[in-house]
Design a protein around this ligand. Sequence first.
Ligand code: ATP
Ligand code: MN
Length: 146
Amino acid sequence: MFKKILYPTDLSDVSLKALDFLKQLRECGSEEVLVLHVIPEQTILTLRAYGEGTVNVDEFETGLMEKATKSVAEVEAELKKFGYKVKKMINTGFPLREILTTEQEEDISLIVIGSHGKSNLEEMFLGSVSEKVIRKCKSPVLVIKR
Ligand code: ATP
Ligand code: MN
């Protein structure tokens, strides 16, 4: 039923909790996971505008990409252990836009997303990315609670 899953992850603890449920979905017949990590372009733009002279923005960006590449590879290895076919994407951009574009471009049957991410503010019912994804995407969404 949920053959091809889009799993957008910011690599936060809440988001990585999804792996347990992805394992169960595999046991229910899901076949493929598209792991999407978005490096927030806004962070880079803000640093370029305000941080120049205090941080080396290029080095910072390279560091983010290296760290993300390593962590996404770990997620991929885990999903492969469950028996999934895995496709990885690390994009620089605006998380919501990248998630929705990827949903449109791929033949997605389910989105698995964390209720919260790196900010994980106690008083928030949902994070801003998960809230907008749920509102704007076409596929059914499985929200993994913190
Ligand atoms: P906020 O970002 O609004 O301060 P938050 O970080 O707690 O709050 P979200 O960013 O909405 O919450 O994260 C919810 C879920 O959205 C994450 O668990 C993850 O599945 C997805 N997500 C968030 N950011 C990204 C990203 N940069 N790349 C891929 N997926 C993301
Ligand atoms: Mn966030």
